[in-house]
Design a protein around this ligand. Structure first.
Ligand SMILES: [Zn+2]
Length: 275
């Protein structure tokens, strides 16, 4: 039963990933993500059902458009496989793993993961974090904090927040996290304008709102540490084709998804280092 549903969630995730690819392709160009139906960027050929089966079509057609033979980027494949794997894991983690059984948290985490996968894909390809994604996401995150009971959001919240009624506790945890995230990256963005864009600063505000206070520190500092290690390694190895400015959005996205899942565990582990 559980295994069957995990497989269902993996397949659902690949279909969702396929839609996220459409978002990554079209949002930076200002195109609609619902119309027209999927087509090949190179020859405008409208894709048939055989072209649209996630993961399978990509491999079956050997990464090429059936009509003109144009290569389809690997990103399409990895977003589908990654979203599928993540959805399967989310189902297992929230519904099967013994200590949690949180349908709301499953849906919320899946939804936020999709937003951060799209931000990741677009920032990698365009070095852009779009306001047209971040602003609506901020409003949705605020509404979700107010309306849905999300145990993970407040699990590490300060006692003063938790003494408030539930709705207020979640809202204050989210908004404090959002302001903290915004300020955390605003300072480096003002000091080193060349190193960090204002898109990263606004994204950090969104992240804080999504993971709350104090988990915002886990997400932002985690991204800085991992981004610094990877960026430093790339610089040391002088990997070719890398621009000087390595986009920070992908690290922020991955760190946020990890924080949504394990932030409370990471925080209590870290605080346990200093008894
Ligand atoms: Zn084509």
């Amino acid at each position: 039963m559980d295994i069957a549903l995990i497989v269902v969630f993996i397949l659902l995730g690949t279909v969702v990933g396929s839609f996220l690819n459409v978002c990554i392709d079209r949002l930076p160009l200002g195109k609609s993500i619902v119309r027209p139906p999927s087509y090949c960027d190179a020859c405008q050929h409208r894709l048939a059902p055989i072209d649209l089966i996630p993961v399978f079509s990509y491999l079956w057609l050997r990464r090429r458009c059936r009509s003109c033979g144009a290569l389809i980027p690997w990103r399409v494949f990895w977003v589908e496989v990654g979203t599928g794997t993540l959805f399967g894991f989310l189902y297992w983690y929230y519904m099967v793993y013994p200590t949690t059984s949180e349908t709301v948290q499953l849906v919320v985490t899946a939804f936020y993961s999709c937003i951060f996968i799209v931000i990741l894909g677009i920032d990698l390809e365009h070095q852009l974090i779009l306001n047209r994604i971040v602003y609506p996401a901020v409003i949705v995150a605020l509404l979700l904090a107010i309306s849905l009971n999300q145990p993970d959001l407040v699990a590490s919240a300060p006692p003063a927040f938790l003494s408030l009624p539930d709705v207020a506790a979640r809202t204050v945890t989210g908004v404090t996290g959002g302001v903290t995230g915004f300020v955390l990256l605003l300072i480096p963005a003002l000091v080193f304008p060349a190193g960090m864009g204002f898109g990263d600063v606004k994204m950090a505000g969104l992240i804080g709102l999504v993971v709350g206070f104090p988990l915002v520190f886990v997400a932002i500092l985690g991204a800085i540490v991992v981004g610094g290690l990877v960026g430093g390694t790339l610089l040391l190895l002088k990997i070719k084709g890398r621009k000087d400015a390595i986009p920070f959005g992908p690290y922020l996205s991955l760190a946020t998804i990890v924080t949504l899942l394990f932030g409370n565990n990471i925080l209590s582990w870290y605080l346990g280092l200093f008894p």
